[in-house]
Design a protein around this ligand. Sequence first.
Ligand code: DI6
Ligand code: FE
Length: 411
Amino acid sequence: MVSHRMDAIWLNARLATMAHTGVPYGAVEDGALAVQGGRIAWVGARDDLPDKPEDFAETVHDCGGCWITPGLIDCHTHLIYGGNRAGEFEKRLEGVSYEEIARAGGGIRSTVEATRAASEDALFEAAQPILRSLMAEGVTTVEIKSGYGLDTENEAKMLRVARRLGSTLPIDVRTSFLGAHALPPEFEGRADDYIDAVCTEMLPSIASEGLADAVDAFCEGIGFSREQTRAVFEAAKAHGLPVKLHAEQLSNLRGAVLVAEYGGLSADHLEHLDDEGVAAMAGAGTVAVLLPGAYYFLRETNTPPVDKLRAAGVPIAIASDSNPGSSPAGSILLMVNMACTLFRLTPEEALAGITRNAGLALGIGERAGTLEVGKDADFVLWDIDEPAELAYRFGFNPCAGVVKGGQARPG
Ligand code: DI6
Ligand code: FE
């Protein structure tokens, strides 16, 4: 009698494992990948299979020579919100800057108003098309931040919607509490008092309900100071939550040094990052999350110091930053193209940025981000001839299938 050890095997595939194997893309030509119990149980060259495929696994899939990558990970989004900011986009085209709009009470604050007014169901419905658009390109894990509620009730509402998206749709959702995103109008002129509320009321309540996997903040002239950010990080630490930071997006407040001091998962944006910040991140193992969508949409001219990050060995991730104000994006592949064209990453670095390094940025590197034995069986089939095509084309989706937890995900 034949003993079927594996649930399923995918054959006749070219694997971009994205593992550190010394080969570009960790590639395996004529590869095979077997799954058991939702995990990757065997991966390698077909010639090395210990058995005939039909004896090795219950179900055999022929991939017809397509490429397989790890499931894509979008490690920085704000995709739950009320309303939209198309009107603000029109204003910016007339010459008003993003910061001017924010200082005049528009910007993030206008989204806060619309998000507070929206029901949980309405937010859930509004987020779905954005999330589905990312999923259609092979995203199997997404990070979603709060930050448009700015009080306990509305921040919790956003994070409950995020959890519900993750339990309803075939995608893993990781949440970040971003209470320190902007100053809500009721705290005008009292930023320290608001940070006190974030630390002593909002964060403890969100943490006790298990709604946040991490804590984020916006350290910026139009956001919060280093000292205010430090207070939020202290509160996060007291609740055992890892931290990350919107740092050096519009100016250099040395946020990267601060988040590195707290052993942060990531520092994100980084257009104004200096050498001290690069060194601190390298020392702490903090991932650099680059957000070309925001750079592009705000017409930034300072690029993140990619050469220095690379030289220092800082892992670089790429994300959509999907949000209504600075990056109303529904495509992770477009971000990969922009990371190459605008930031001069190589296609291999950009692909690592939405797989292996994005997994590190979320603290889930041991179970996601590469095709390696023991990791979640999340992977994407692509109708391409070489992996660089994923970065080369734009406005084009060659995704031919997605497997999530070992199961084909309905397209
Ligand atoms: N930086 C950003 O790019 C987003 N948040 C942040 O801190 C923008 C959020 C928005 O404009 O709604
Ligand atoms: Fe952001």
